[in-house]
Design a protein around this ligand. Sequence first.
Ligand SMILES: Cc1ncc(COP(=O)(O)O)c(C=O)c1O
Length: 396
Amino acid sequence: MPGWELFDENEKKQVSEVMETGVVTRFGFDGARKGRWKAREMERAIRERTGAAHALLAADGTAALTVTLAALGIGAGDEVITSPFTFVATFESIMAAGAIPIFAEVDETLCLSPESVREYITPRTKAVMPVHMCGAAADVDALKSVCEERGIPLVEDACQAFGATYKGRAVGTLGDAGCYSFDFNKIVTCGEGGALVTNRRDVYERADRYHDHGHDHSMSDRGAEGHDFPGYNYRVTELHAAIGLAQIAKLDRFLEIQRGNKRIFEDEFAAIDGIEPRGLPDPEGDSGTFITFFAKNEETARKVTRSLKESGAEGVFHWYDNNWHYIRNWKHFKERRFANPVSKDILDGMPDYTKREFKSDAIMSRAVSVTIKLGWSKEEAAERAKRAANAIRHAL
Ligand SMILES: Cc1ncc(COP(=O)(O)O)c(C=O)c1O
Protein backbone atom coordinates (compact mmCIF):
# COMPACT_ATOMS: atom_id res chain seq x y z
CA MET A 1 0.00 0.00 0.00
CA PRO A 2 -0.89 2.66 -0.89
CA GLY A 3 -2.48 2.20 -4.32
CA TRP A 4 -1.32 5.56 -5.64
CA GLU A 5 2.22 4.17 -5.81
CA LEU A 6 1.05 2.38 -8.93
CA PHE A 7 -1.06 5.09 -10.58
CA ASP A 8 -0.74 4.89 -14.36
CA GLU A 9 -2.57 5.92 -17.54
CA ASN A 10 -5.72 4.07 -16.42
CA GLU A 11 -6.57 6.51 -13.63
CA LYS A 12 -5.97 9.44 -16.02
CA LYS A 13 -8.18 7.85 -18.67
CA GLN A 14 -11.02 7.26 -16.22
CA VAL A 15 -10.85 10.82 -14.90
CA SER A 16 -10.66 12.22 -18.46
CA GLU A 17 -13.82 10.36 -19.38
CA VAL A 18 -15.63 12.21 -16.60
CA MET A 19 -14.10 15.56 -17.55
CA GLU A 20 -15.11 15.11 -21.19
CA THR A 21 -18.75 15.41 -20.11
CA GLY A 22 -18.15 17.75 -17.16
CA VAL A 23 -20.67 15.80 -15.05
CA VAL A 24 -18.63 15.26 -11.92
CA THR A 25 -21.64 14.53 -9.71
CA ARG A 26 -22.97 10.98 -9.32
CA PHE A 27 -26.72 11.65 -9.49
CA GLY A 28 -28.84 13.20 -12.23
CA PHE A 29 -27.79 15.03 -15.41
CA ASP A 30 -28.62 11.83 -17.30
CA GLY A 31 -28.41 13.37 -20.81
CA ALA A 32 -25.27 15.40 -20.28
CA ARG A 33 -23.27 12.53 -18.83
CA LYS A 34 -23.48 10.48 -22.06
CA GLY A 35 -23.89 7.15 -20.30
CA ARG A 36 -20.93 7.63 -17.94
CA TRP A 37 -21.74 6.51 -14.42
CA LYS A 38 -18.43 5.97 -12.63
CA ALA A 39 -19.86 5.65 -9.11
CA ARG A 40 -22.35 3.04 -10.29
CA GLU A 41 -19.58 1.18 -12.11
CA MET A 42 -17.36 1.17 -9.06
CA GLU A 43 -20.23 -0.09 -6.92
CA ARG A 44 -20.71 -2.92 -9.39
CA ALA A 45 -16.97 -3.67 -9.24
CA ILE A 46 -17.11 -3.75 -5.41
CA ARG A 47 -20.10 -6.11 -5.49
CA GLU A 48 -18.33 -8.40 -7.94
CA ARG A 49 -15.11 -8.29 -5.98
CA THR A 50 -16.59 -8.87 -2.52
CA GLY A 51 -19.64 -10.95 -3.36
CA ALA A 52 -21.82 -8.52 -1.40
CA ALA A 53 -25.39 -8.14 -2.63
CA HIS A 54 -25.25 -4.34 -2.30
CA ALA A 55 -22.54 -1.68 -2.33
CA LEU A 56 -22.85 2.06 -1.82
CA LEU A 57 -20.01 4.50 -2.29
CA ALA A 58 -19.65 7.37 0.15
CA ALA A 59 -17.43 10.43 0.46
CA ASP A 60 -15.01 8.51 2.69
CA GLY A 61 -14.79 5.58 5.09
CA THR A 62 -15.90 7.66 8.08
CA ALA A 63 -19.01 8.68 6.15
CA ALA A 64 -19.68 5.06 5.16
CA LEU A 65 -19.53 3.98 8.83
CA THR A 66 -21.82 6.81 9.96
CA VAL A 67 -24.33 6.09 7.19
CA THR A 68 -24.27 2.37 8.01
CA LEU A 69 -25.09 2.96 11.67
CA ALA A 70 -27.90 5.36 10.76
CA ALA A 71 -29.25 2.87 8.21
CA LEU A 72 -29.32 0.22 10.94
CA GLY A 73 -31.43 2.60 13.03
CA ILE A 74 -28.67 3.14 15.59
CA GLY A 75 -28.60 6.53 17.31
CA ALA A 76 -29.24 8.43 20.54
CA GLY A 77 -28.79 6.37 23.70
CA ASP A 78 -27.52 3.29 21.83
CA GLU A 79 -24.16 1.74 22.62
CA VAL A 80 -21.76 0.44 19.97
CA ILE A 81 -18.91 -1.77 21.15
CA THR A 82 -15.67 -1.29 19.29
CA SER A 83 -11.92 -1.66 19.49
CA PRO A 84 -9.53 0.71 21.28
CA PHE A 85 -6.96 -0.01 18.53
CA THR A 86 -8.34 1.65 15.41
CA PHE A 87 -8.25 5.01 13.68
CA VAL A 88 -10.13 7.79 15.52
CA ALA A 89 -12.72 7.72 12.72
CA THR A 90 -14.34 4.63 14.23
CA PHE A 91 -15.49 6.31 17.44
CA GLU A 92 -16.14 9.55 15.54
CA SER A 93 -18.61 7.76 13.26
CA ILE A 94 -20.37 6.21 16.27
CA MET A 95 -20.71 9.65 17.85
CA ALA A 96 -21.75 11.20 14.52
CA ALA A 97 -24.63 8.74 14.47
CA GLY A 98 -25.53 10.00 17.96
CA ALA A 99 -24.53 6.73 19.67
CA ILE A 100 -22.14 5.99 22.53
CA PRO A 101 -18.73 4.41 21.78
CA ILE A 102 -17.96 1.60 24.22
CA PHE A 103 -14.45 0.26 24.00
CA ALA A 104 -13.77 -3.40 24.74
CA GLU A 105 -10.22 -4.83 24.54
CA VAL A 106 -7.99 -6.26 21.82
CA ASP A 107 -6.27 -9.64 21.95
CA GLU A 108 -3.12 -10.91 20.17
CA THR A 109 -4.93 -10.58 16.83
CA LEU A 110 -4.75 -6.80 17.48
CA CYS A 111 -8.48 -6.80 16.83
CA LEU A 112 -11.49 -6.89 19.11
CA SER A 113 -11.40 -9.71 21.66
CA PRO A 114 -14.65 -11.72 21.52
CA GLU A 115 -14.41 -12.54 25.27
CA SER A 116 -14.07 -8.90 26.12
CA VAL A 117 -17.07 -7.97 23.94
CA ARG A 118 -19.17 -10.26 26.15
CA GLU A 119 -18.10 -8.26 29.21
CA TYR A 120 -19.24 -4.97 27.74
CA ILE A 121 -22.61 -5.98 26.29
CA THR A 122 -25.57 -4.32 27.99
CA PRO A 123 -29.25 -4.07 27.04
CA ARG A 124 -28.30 -0.79 25.30
CA THR A 125 -25.73 -2.44 22.97
CA LYS A 126 -27.07 -2.04 19.43
CA ALA A 127 -24.02 -3.12 17.41
CA VAL A 128 -20.58 -4.65 17.70
CA MET A 129 -18.02 -3.03 15.41
CA PRO A 130 -14.77 -4.98 15.09
CA VAL A 131 -11.97 -3.31 13.15
CA HIS A 132 -9.89 -5.44 10.78
CA MET A 133 -6.69 -3.63 11.65
CA CYS A 134 -3.57 -3.39 9.53
CA GLY A 135 -5.10 -5.19 6.58
CA ALA A 136 -6.10 -8.48 8.25
CA ALA A 137 -9.29 -10.00 9.63
CA ALA A 138 -10.40 -10.16 13.24
CA ASP A 139 -11.60 -13.41 14.84
CA VAL A 140 -14.88 -13.10 12.95
CA ASP A 141 -16.45 -16.48 13.80
CA ALA A 142 -16.12 -15.90 17.52
CA LEU A 143 -17.36 -12.31 17.26
CA LYS A 144 -20.30 -13.43 15.14
CA SER A 145 -21.28 -16.05 17.71
CA VAL A 146 -21.39 -13.40 20.43
CA CYS A 147 -23.55 -11.16 18.23
CA GLU A 148 -25.86 -13.99 17.19
CA GLU A 149 -26.32 -15.16 20.80
CA ARG A 150 -27.44 -11.67 21.74
CA GLY A 151 -29.24 -10.74 18.50
CA ILE A 152 -26.96 -7.74 17.91
CA PRO A 153 -25.80 -6.63 14.43
CA LEU A 154 -22.15 -7.07 13.50
CA VAL A 155 -20.80 -4.06 11.59
CA GLU A 156 -17.27 -4.51 10.25
CA ASP A 157 -14.93 -1.56 10.08
CA ALA A 158 -12.93 -2.99 7.18
CA CYS A 159 -11.57 0.45 6.26
CA GLN A 160 -7.97 -0.80 6.44
CA ALA A 161 -8.64 -4.18 4.91
CA PHE A 162 -10.16 -3.93 1.43
CA GLY A 163 -9.00 -7.03 -0.44
CA ALA A 164 -8.51 -9.10 2.72
CA THR A 165 -10.53 -12.27 3.20
CA TYR A 166 -11.58 -14.43 6.13
CA LYS A 167 -12.03 -18.14 5.37
CA GLY A 168 -12.34 -17.28 1.70
CA ARG A 169 -14.93 -14.51 2.04
CA ALA A 170 -14.28 -10.79 1.71
CA VAL A 171 -14.02 -8.93 5.00
CA GLY A 172 -16.86 -6.45 5.21
CA THR A 173 -19.39 -9.02 3.97
CA LEU A 174 -19.37 -11.27 7.03
CA GLY A 175 -21.86 -9.48 9.26
CA ASP A 176 -24.85 -7.19 8.76
CA ALA A 177 -22.77 -4.54 6.98
CA GLY A 178 -19.15 -3.54 6.46
CA CYS A 179 -17.25 -0.45 5.40
CA TYR A 180 -14.12 0.26 3.38
CA SER A 181 -11.96 3.34 3.06
CA PHE A 182 -10.35 4.38 -0.20
CA ASP A 183 -8.42 7.31 1.24
CA PHE A 184 -4.95 8.23 0.03
CA ASN A 185 -3.18 5.68 2.23
CA LYS A 186 -5.21 2.64 1.29
CA ILE A 187 -4.45 -0.29 -1.01
CA VAL A 188 -7.16 0.96 -3.37
CA THR A 189 -7.44 4.74 -3.31
CA CYS A 190 -9.88 7.26 -4.73
CA GLY A 191 -7.98 10.13 -3.08
CA GLU A 192 -10.92 10.29 -0.68
CA GLY A 193 -13.69 7.71 -0.78
CA GLY A 194 -15.40 4.92 1.07
CA ALA A 195 -18.05 2.28 0.62
CA LEU A 196 -20.48 0.23 2.60
CA VAL A 197 -21.45 -3.29 1.63
CA THR A 198 -24.32 -5.35 2.92
CA ASN A 199 -26.43 -8.35 2.03
CA ARG A 200 -29.45 -6.70 3.65
CA ARG A 201 -31.64 -4.85 1.15
CA ASP A 202 -33.30 -2.81 3.93
CA VAL A 203 -29.93 -1.53 5.14
CA TYR A 204 -28.80 -0.67 1.61
CA GLU A 205 -31.99 1.19 0.76
CA ARG A 206 -31.94 3.25 3.93
CA ALA A 207 -28.23 3.98 3.49
CA ASP A 208 -28.73 5.00 -0.14
CA ARG A 209 -31.31 7.57 0.95
CA TYR A 210 -29.63 8.73 4.14
CA HIS A 211 -26.33 9.47 2.40
CA ASP A 212 -28.12 11.80 -0.03
CA HIS A 213 -30.42 13.98 2.12
CA GLY A 214 -33.04 11.24 2.36
CA HIS A 215 -33.92 11.53 -1.37
CA ASP A 216 -35.63 8.30 -2.36
CA HIS A 217 -33.92 8.00 -5.77
CA SER A 218 -37.20 6.91 -7.28
CA MET A 219 -36.86 8.94 -10.50
CA SER A 220 -34.37 10.86 -12.59
CA ASP A 221 -36.14 14.18 -11.86
CA ARG A 222 -34.10 14.98 -8.75
CA GLY A 223 -36.33 17.77 -7.46
CA ALA A 224 -39.39 15.53 -7.58
CA GLU A 225 -37.99 12.77 -5.36
CA GLY A 226 -39.82 11.91 -2.15
CA HIS A 227 -38.49 11.42 1.39
CA ASP A 228 -39.26 8.91 4.14
CA PHE A 229 -36.76 10.57 6.47
CA PRO A 230 -34.15 13.34 6.33
CA GLY A 231 -30.52 12.51 5.69
CA TYR A 232 -27.24 14.29 5.08
CA ASN A 233 -24.80 14.65 2.23
CA TYR A 234 -22.16 11.92 2.30
CA ARG A 235 -21.97 11.50 -1.49
CA VAL A 236 -18.91 10.51 -3.47
CA THR A 237 -18.06 12.41 -6.68
CA GLU A 238 -17.66 10.88 -10.12
CA LEU A 239 -14.03 12.01 -10.17
CA HIS A 240 -13.17 10.07 -7.03
CA ALA A 241 -15.12 7.04 -8.25
CA ALA A 242 -13.29 7.20 -11.59
CA ILE A 243 -9.91 6.94 -9.86
CA GLY A 244 -11.19 4.08 -7.70
CA LEU A 245 -12.52 2.24 -10.71
CA ALA A 246 -9.06 2.20 -12.30
CA GLN A 247 -7.53 1.14 -8.99
CA ILE A 248 -9.93 -1.69 -8.19
CA ALA A 249 -9.17 -3.26 -11.57
CA LYS A 250 -5.58 -3.64 -10.30
CA LEU A 251 -6.45 -5.10 -6.90
CA ASP A 252 -5.36 -8.66 -7.72
CA ARG A 253 -1.96 -7.39 -8.83
CA PHE A 254 -1.67 -5.17 -5.76
CA LEU A 255 -2.47 -8.10 -3.46
CA GLU A 256 0.01 -10.36 -5.20
CA ILE A 257 2.81 -7.80 -4.89
CA GLN A 258 1.99 -6.92 -1.31
CA ARG A 259 1.59 -10.49 -0.09
CA GLY A 260 4.78 -11.48 -1.89
CA ASN A 261 6.72 -8.61 -0.31
CA LYS A 262 5.27 -9.41 3.09
CA ARG A 263 6.39 -13.06 2.76
CA ILE A 264 9.94 -11.88 2.12
CA PHE A 265 9.85 -9.95 5.42
CA GLU A 266 8.21 -12.88 7.22
CA ASP A 267 11.00 -15.22 6.14
CA GLU A 268 13.67 -12.80 7.42
CA PHE A 269 11.85 -12.08 10.69
CA ALA A 270 11.12 -15.77 11.40
CA ALA A 271 14.83 -16.30 12.04
CA ILE A 272 14.96 -13.64 14.79
CA ASP A 273 14.85 -14.90 18.39
CA GLY A 274 12.91 -12.62 20.69
CA ILE A 275 10.01 -11.45 18.54
CA GLU A 276 6.64 -13.14 17.94
CA PRO A 277 4.39 -12.63 14.92
CA ARG A 278 0.93 -11.07 15.31
CA GLY A 279 -1.74 -13.76 15.78
CA LEU A 280 -3.73 -13.79 12.55
CA PRO A 281 -7.05 -15.66 12.58
CA ASP A 282 -6.66 -16.25 8.83
CA PRO A 283 -3.08 -15.68 7.62
CA GLU A 284 -4.01 -16.62 4.02
CA GLY A 285 -6.49 -13.78 3.83
CA ASP A 286 -4.14 -11.05 5.10
CA SER A 287 -3.92 -8.32 2.46
CA GLY A 288 -0.28 -7.81 3.45
CA THR A 289 -0.28 -4.07 4.08
CA PHE A 290 1.91 -4.50 7.18
CA ILE A 291 4.16 -7.00 8.88
CA THR A 292 3.44 -6.86 12.60
CA PHE A 293 5.22 -8.52 15.49
CA PHE A 294 5.49 -8.40 19.27
CA ALA A 295 8.63 -7.56 21.22
CA LYS A 296 9.00 -9.02 24.70
CA ASN A 297 8.07 -5.77 26.48
CA GLU A 298 7.31 -2.08 25.98
CA GLU A 299 10.90 -0.92 26.37
CA THR A 300 12.19 -3.39 23.79
CA ALA A 301 9.39 -2.44 21.39
CA ARG A 302 10.49 1.21 21.64
CA LYS A 303 14.14 0.25 21.08
CA VAL A 304 13.22 -1.90 18.08
CA THR A 305 11.10 0.90 16.61
CA ARG A 306 13.93 3.41 17.01
CA SER A 307 16.45 1.05 15.51
CA LEU A 308 14.19 0.30 12.52
CA LYS A 309 13.67 4.00 11.84
CA GLU A 310 17.40 4.71 12.15
CA SER A 311 18.08 1.93 9.65
CA GLY A 312 15.98 3.77 7.06
CA ALA A 313 12.82 1.66 7.30
CA GLU A 314 9.72 3.64 6.30
CA GLY A 315 6.28 3.39 7.86
CA VAL A 316 7.34 1.93 11.22
CA PHE A 317 4.71 2.08 13.97
CA HIS A 318 4.83 1.42 17.69
CA TRP A 319 1.07 1.76 17.98
CA TYR A 320 1.14 2.27 21.75
CA ASP A 321 2.82 5.66 21.26
CA ASN A 322 0.75 6.61 18.22
CA ASN A 323 -1.73 9.50 18.57
CA TRP A 324 -4.09 8.43 15.82
CA HIS A 325 -4.63 4.73 16.36
CA TYR A 326 -4.65 3.74 20.01
CA ILE A 327 -6.84 5.10 22.78
CA ARG A 328 -3.95 5.72 25.18
CA ASN A 329 -3.11 9.03 23.49
CA TRP A 330 -6.66 10.13 22.55
CA LYS A 331 -6.59 12.80 25.25
CA HIS A 332 -8.98 15.10 23.36
CA PHE A 333 -11.59 12.33 23.36
CA LYS A 334 -10.97 11.00 26.86
CA GLU A 335 -11.11 14.51 28.34
CA ARG A 336 -14.30 15.20 26.34
CA ARG A 337 -12.92 18.24 24.55
CA PHE A 338 -15.54 18.38 21.80
CA ALA A 339 -15.81 21.18 19.22
CA ASN A 340 -19.46 21.72 20.03
CA PRO A 341 -21.72 20.34 22.75
CA VAL A 342 -22.50 16.64 22.28
CA SER A 343 -25.75 15.06 23.42
CA LYS A 344 -26.44 14.32 27.07
CA ASP A 345 -27.04 10.69 26.05
CA ILE A 346 -23.40 10.42 25.01
CA LEU A 347 -22.03 12.38 27.96
CA ASP A 348 -24.04 10.44 30.54
CA GLY A 349 -23.76 7.08 28.84
CA MET A 350 -20.03 7.08 28.11
CA PRO A 351 -17.70 5.71 30.79
CA ASP A 352 -15.00 8.03 32.11
CA TYR A 353 -12.19 6.88 29.85
CA THR A 354 -9.59 8.96 31.73
CA LYS A 355 -10.00 6.43 34.56
CA ARG A 356 -10.25 3.19 32.59
CA GLU A 357 -7.23 0.91 32.64
CA PHE A 358 -7.02 -1.01 29.39
CA LYS A 359 -5.84 -4.61 29.43
CA SER A 360 -5.00 -3.96 25.79
CA ASP A 361 -2.01 -1.88 26.97
CA ALA A 362 -0.13 -5.09 27.73
CA ILE A 363 -0.53 -6.15 24.09
CA MET A 364 -0.33 -2.81 22.30
CA SER A 365 2.81 -1.73 24.16
CA ARG A 366 4.69 -4.65 22.57
CA ALA A 367 3.33 -4.42 19.01
CA VAL A 368 5.41 -3.01 16.17
CA SER A 369 4.41 -2.81 12.49
CA VAL A 370 6.40 -2.13 9.35
CA THR A 371 4.53 -0.98 6.24
CA ILE A 372 4.79 -3.13 3.12
CA LYS A 373 4.94 -1.00 -0.03
CA LEU A 374 3.50 -1.76 -3.45
CA GLY A 375 6.22 0.14 -5.28
CA TRP A 376 9.07 -2.16 -4.16
CA SER A 377 10.55 -4.67 -6.54
CA LYS A 378 11.27 -8.13 -5.09
CA GLU A 379 14.95 -7.20 -4.89
CA GLU A 380 14.22 -3.98 -3.02
CA ALA A 381 11.86 -5.81 -0.63
CA ALA A 382 14.56 -8.42 0.03
CA GLU A 383 17.20 -5.77 0.69
CA ARG A 384 14.86 -3.83 2.99
CA ALA A 385 13.77 -6.98 4.84
CA LYS A 386 17.41 -7.91 5.55
CA ARG A 387 18.20 -4.41 6.76
CA ALA A 388 15.07 -4.38 8.97
CA ALA A 389 15.93 -7.79 10.45
CA ASN A 390 19.44 -6.57 11.31
CA ALA A 391 18.00 -3.43 12.90
CA ILE A 392 15.66 -5.52 15.05
CA ARG A 393 18.47 -7.87 16.12
CA HIS A 394 20.61 -4.88 16.96
CA ALA A 395 17.90 -3.59 19.36
CA LEU A 396 17.18 -6.89 21.14
C1 LIG B 1 -9.88 1.63 10.88
C2 LIG B 1 -10.34 2.83 10.13
N1 LIG B 1 -11.62 3.19 10.20
C3 LIG B 1 -12.10 4.25 9.53
C4 LIG B 1 -11.27 5.02 8.72
C5 LIG B 1 -11.83 6.22 8.03
O1 LIG B 1 -11.66 6.23 6.66
P1 LIG B 1 -11.56 7.60 5.87
O2 LIG B 1 -10.20 8.16 6.09
O3 LIG B 1 -11.77 7.20 4.45
O4 LIG B 1 -12.64 8.48 6.38
C6 LIG B 1 -9.93 4.68 8.60
C7 LIG B 1 -9.00 5.48 7.76
O5 LIG B 1 -7.80 5.40 7.86
C8 LIG B 1 -9.44 3.57 9.34
O6 LIG B 1 -8.16 3.21 9.29
